[in-house]
Design a binder for this molecule. Structure first.
Ligand SMILES: Nc1ncnc2c1ncn2[C@@H]1O[C@H](COP(=O)(O)OP(=O)(O)OP(=O)(O)O)[C@@H](O)[C@H]1O
Ligand SMILES: [Mg+2]
Length: 376
């Protein structure tokens, strides 16, 4: 049998030593690490991958309650057992609310500690196994090296189309000029900056209130309404938010701005697919060629970066073959130019793939093909 891996988080060395002594006497247990405050415990989870965290409540830097919430939000399979002294029952209730599975009252004896760990581990191992696994949403990012080529139009319509069969999150990460809220007629909704300002970014439950529910399968996190707000949104917070959210969706669609900011680079890194959007005019081709060179220098492989030509029309003088020669890259797909449908859809705040006409337009069919061709 694999040993139960335990991390001890307590700022008092004496307590850690006692717990260590007891645990070392048990063959089924193994101590994988110690932490002297809540933050250290949070930081060590990824590397040490403990099955169980023994967590003190009162600790400096980050207390045991907040540490428990952070750990269980990102690692729901980790079992947190709270160690507390008598008379902290209010805290205990809170701890359970924040995701702790069990508690023991200090001072405890040998048998209490060993049995609590064993029983809690066995109980939750079974539940973890039988429970539906958390999702690990595939991340599909819409990017371009020239503005106005149709990233947002395509991201929104692909999001709505995929939500017909999958659970989808649409993230507006064009943090300065994001306009997805206009495309879905929801300009008064909350945005990512509200979640950050309210410090409600530690769990799915907290973040949920800032998502716009477009339909039962599609949630949207909007970009701030003012460009200057983007200054307060760094890579760390974006990474945290995406890590928490993606566990609840099959697919995460990300719309981006035209920049290589820290946030954008992070998103490009964690994407399963980057749909590199271009138009077919000379200026677009030039910028896309340069942008694709950046993709290569970032080390992304060909399967990850897919070139999509939007507003394609064979009458425009440049064909698919010629574009491929310029890019030295295959074109994954083309989306037809259809100003009437697209403009109407944006102006009415209703994505065009919602059209319930019996006969589908070419552009709707192209979005369907795009969704089917992506391996998700
Ligand atoms: N397939 C299409 N056919 C016709 N017009 C289109 C098509 N796709 C996008 N457009 C038009 O192009 C304009 C820009 O689209 P969109 O806002 O989606 O681009 P973007 O790349 O997100 O721009 P930005 O760089 O500002 O974020 C819109 O006015 C839209 O109507
Ligand atoms: Mg846009």
């Amino acid at each position: 049998m694999d040993k139960i891996k335990i991390l001890i988080a307590d700022d008092v060395k004496e307590t850690r030593d006692i717990v260590k002594k007891i645990i070392e006497l048990e063959d089924d247990f193994e101590i994988v690490g110690e932490a002297v405050d809540g933050q250290e415990a949070v930081d060590k989870i990824k590397k040490l991958k403990p099955d169980v965290v023994l967590m003190d409540i009162n600790m400096p830097v980050l207390n045991g309650l907040e540490a428990t919430e952070k750990i269980t939000a990102l690692n729901p399979e980790v079992i947190v057992i709270i160690m507390s002294v008598q008379g902290e029952s209010e805290y205990l209730k809170k701890a359970m609310f924040y995701g702790a599975k069990e508690y023991i009252i200090k001072p405890f004896n040998y048998d209490t500690l060993v049995n609590t760990i064993k029983l809690t581990y066995e109980r939750y191992k079974q539940i973890n196994k039988s429970q539906e696994h958390y999702k690990d949403g595939k991340i599909i990012t819409f990017f371009s090296s020239k503005g106005g080529v149709g990233k947002t139009t395509l991201a929104v319509n692909v999001g709505v189309e995929l939500s017909k069969t999958k659970k989808v999150l649409l993230l507006d990460m064009d943090l300065m000029f994001g306009d997805i809220s206009i495309f879905v007629d929801a300009v008064d909704s909350k945005t990512i900056i509200d979640a950050i300002d309210d410090e409600n970014t530690d769990s799915y439950n907290s973040l949920k209130t800032y998502l716009f529910s477009y339909n039962k399968n599609l949630d949207i996190l909007f970009a701030p309404k003012k460009p200057e707000a983007s200054e307060y949104i760094g890579k760390e917070i974006v990474e945290k938010i995406i890590n928490i959210l993606k566990r609840h969706y099959d697919v995460v669609i990300v719309d981006t701005g035209i920049n290589f900011s820290e946030v954008t680079l992070h998103i490009l890194d964690i994407s399963d697919y980057i749909l590199f959007i271009s138009n077919i005019d000379i200026a677009s081709l030039k910028n896309t060629k340069l942008g694709l060179q950046v993709m290569r220098s970032l080390g992304y492989d060909k399967n990850k970066v897919k070139v999509v030509i939007n507003r394609f029309n064979t009458d425009y003088g440049i064909g698919k073959k010629e574009a491929e020669e310029v890019f030295k890259e295959e074109i994954f797909l083309t989306i037809p130019d259809d100003e009437k449908i697209v403009l109407n859809s944006i102006n009415s705040g209703k994505p065009f793939v919602e059209g319930n006409k019996l006969i589908k337009s070419k552009i709707e069919k192209a979005i369907e093909t795009l969704c089917k061709t992506l391996e998700i």
